[in-house]
Design a protein around this ligand. Structure first.
Ligand code: COA
Length: 372
């Protein structure tokens, strides 16, 4: 058995941002248009007027201040409220592959490795731009990697489930060096016209290199344990599959985008995640006092504050549980890896931390790491 390690991480950040204020101006213009178009029905009581959104609500309910997106103009057009991402020809690199490739190259550079040295690519994401060929295989080809590649989807938990799969393969010796890549174009499966959730998501891609600790070229984190759990729930759901009509048929698309019962998610996921991390640490003989850092899924600040307090048994000190959601919003599977990539350099040998992602299905995955 080999000791798996995380030896590199990378984040691709889109160039365009949308602030809460910009988003709210667009949403409110859309709501005004909708109310004008439906003035008769509203006056007769057949339907209610659409209420305005507010930046203050967004910050206080979620902690989100802005998000990065692949196309700002389409999202902020009140007559469209959806990104304009041009379809590519079959022989051009796909958009997810391109984003993933950028993150992968950064992760490889940090690990001191080249694409040819990779023998497994996992594209772990909430939504994939096509059914097949796998985006992971496209990235494998673009990198010049060998071995094999596959796509997987465990919604927001995809990164940690992917790391568990890669770490298990490295541990057993079936692969030598793997890349787990999470390209997330959340802007294309968010309903920007729904006031309850229009502010939640952003776009990004992350990547991590998982290889034998004995092969590491520089500073790295030993993977001391991984643990995944799922439990069926309909409180977060997206029906956009091949049995449904395509989302181009705009009049009937609501259930083919992200939908959630946010209050229930809050209530049900928090105890599940806190107990999951506590159980995993207990199994590994780790106590809260051993923990230097928590890199949590980035959906909601209040949620993360609660989990941090529950796991550590006290309010986390600044920097112990870094949030990136104020800048990136919820980026689904990529959130905990952005936090890890941007807030782990200062860890000293022997320092321990937990990467934890959670979300739809429900699902929760944790990775216990120790700086070597
Ligand atoms: N602007 C202004 N007001 C808004 C609003 C908006 N955009 N959206 C909702 N409101 C209002 C509602 O109308 C409601 O008003 P009322 O009290 O007068 O009825 C009030 O704000 C509370 O709305 P609610 O939807 O219950 O807010 P919330 O406090 O639960 O926060 C979420 C909403 C989505 C931020 C929160 O539930 C959450 O983050 N849940 C977990 C989400 C999660 O982790 N999902 C995983 C995804 S991978």
């Amino acid at each position: 058995m080999y000791q798996p390690a995380l030896t590199g991480s990378g984040v691709f950040t889109p160039q365009q941002t949308i602030t809460n204020d910009e988003l709210v101006v667009a949403f409110n213009a859309y709501a005004d248009l909708w109310n004008e178009e439906n003035a008769g029905a509203i006056a007769s009581g057949a339907c209610e007027a659409m209420a305005q959104s507010s930046s203050d609500f967004i910050v206080s309910a979620s902690g989100i201040e802005q998000r990065f997106v692949m196309d700002k103009e389409g999202v902020l057009d009140p007559k469209r409220m959806f990104p304009r991402l041009a379809a590519r020809t079959d022989d051009a690199p796909g958009i997810m592959a391109e984003m993933g490739l950028d993150a992968a190259r950064q992760a490889l550079a940090q690990a001191g490795r080249s694409g040819e040295e990779i023998d497994c690519v996992i594209c772990a994401a909430s939504n994939h731009e096509r059914a097949y060929p796998a985006i992971a295989i496209e990235i494998q080809k673009l990198l010049g990697a060998g071995g094999f590649a596959f796509d997987m989807n465990v919604a927001c938990s995809s990164a940690t489930f992917g790391i568990q799969a890669a770490a298990d393969m490295v541990r057993s010796g079936s692969v030598r060096r793997a890349l787990v890549i999470c390209p997330e174009i959340c802007s294309a499966h968010l309903e920007w016209r729904d006031r309850d959730c229009h502010f939640i998501f952003g776009d990004v891609a992350t990547a991590v290199v998982v290889e034998r600790a004995e092969d590491a070229q520089g500073a790295h984190f030993l993977v001391k344990g991984t643990r995944c759990a799922t439990e069926f729930s309909n409180n977060i759901r997206n029906n956009n599959g091949f049995l449904r009509r395509t989302r181009d048929q705009m009049e009937d698309r609501r259930d083919m985008q992200f939908m959630q019962n946010g209050r229930k998610v809050f209530k049900e996921v928090l105890p599940m995640v806190s107990a999951h991390i506590a159980g995993h640490m207990d199994e590994a003989g780790w106590s809260a006092a051993d923990l230097k850092r928590l890199w949590l899924h980035q959906a909601n600040k209040t949620m993360n504050d609660f989990i941090g307090k529950k796991v550590l048994g006290r309010v986390p000190e600044p920097g112990e549980q870094p949030n990136i959601l104020q800048d990136y919003a919820n980026t689904s599977s990529a959130g905990s890896i952005i936090a890890f990539a941007k807030h782990s350099d200062d860890m000293a040998p022997g320092d321990r931390g937990v990467i934890c992602s959670f979300g739809a299905r429900y699902s929760v995955g944790s990775v216990l790491v120790e700086r070597a």
